[in-house]
Design a protein around this ligand. Sequence first.
Ligand code: FMN
Length: 323
Amino acid sequence: LTFRNRVGIAAGFDKNATALAGTERLGLGFVEVGTILAEPWGGNAVARRVRRLPARLGIWNRLGFPSDGLAQIQPRLEAFSAQQRRGGGTGMVMALNIGPHPGNLMSAANPQSAWEIAVRELTHLVRALHGVADLFVVNLSSPNTRGLRAFLQHEQLASGLFWPLRQELQALDVRASRKAATRLLLKLPPEDADKRPWTQESLSSLVEPLLDQGGCDGFVAVNSSTRLAAEAGEDAGGISGAPLLPIALETIVRLKAITGDRCLLIGCGGITGPNDAVEFVEAGADLVEIYSGLIYRGPMLVRQCALALKGSREQFHPSLGLG
Ligand SMILES: Cc1cc2nc3c(=O)[nH]c(=O)nc-3n(C[C@H](O)[C@H](O)[C@H](O)COP(=O)(O)O)c2cc1C
């Protein structure tokens, strides 16, 4: 799996695969499309769902996974992928961020049936989208879907979700004669289920079982923060952008200490300039992603970060290539 540079766009920017031709031209190394849901969903039915915090270079949102759904998104991804193949396949690596449908989770009779719905939908999404994905990111860390982050504590997270998904992907890779294995990553929140900052212990108890059983190839750290939203007086939603940077960097440092070279780490949260991107790689990230920074700094941020990271080639994860 070869990246033309280390900079990607984080999930939520192109939720429905409608902006791929444009993001491709920004020169990104990769894009994380989604969160893609199995069926359409309007998101949280509230009036105020997203707001800029310009003084802090932050964004507050409680969108709650609006998605056009698999049936509409899949053909867009297939058309883009065919177009890339015709052009020689030198473009962006495609990461697909998938999540369980909030409406279906809410209608579940109890937490166990909600879990079963999540496993069923994620498996369905992986099967349907394998042909157009270089890697999948499972999103169980959105702050805006009630009960979602609790799945991270589920005793069957590794054995009942990640390991079966990994086996599914292996079989699909063989059937499709894939040269590079399709990677499976988990997107992490910047805090635990009680909104407490991660400790080495709490992070390790989440991450280790996933790596021990070989179900997970790495982590995207981090999603937006409910703790920062609560501190800002918001009773819901999450905050991204500059206020998240120190928390995201600390999470990457902790993850690197726990995982070493055993997995791929994608650093995300609060990159508003090239130095922030360099800090992530120095902290142990193989790749970086941006979202809120693009809103404040504009599209040139991609190129600035990619150039700043050009010299750090030797720190790249051994299983990946830089083109
Ligand atoms: C408006 C908005 C929508 C988002 N939607 C998603 C999403 O659908 N799935 C997801 O995993 N993360 C989503 N995120 C989180 C971002 O992918 C990213 O983790 C977070 O914004 C931190 O990065 P940043 O500080 O560079 O924005 C969203 C963020 C924002 C601001």
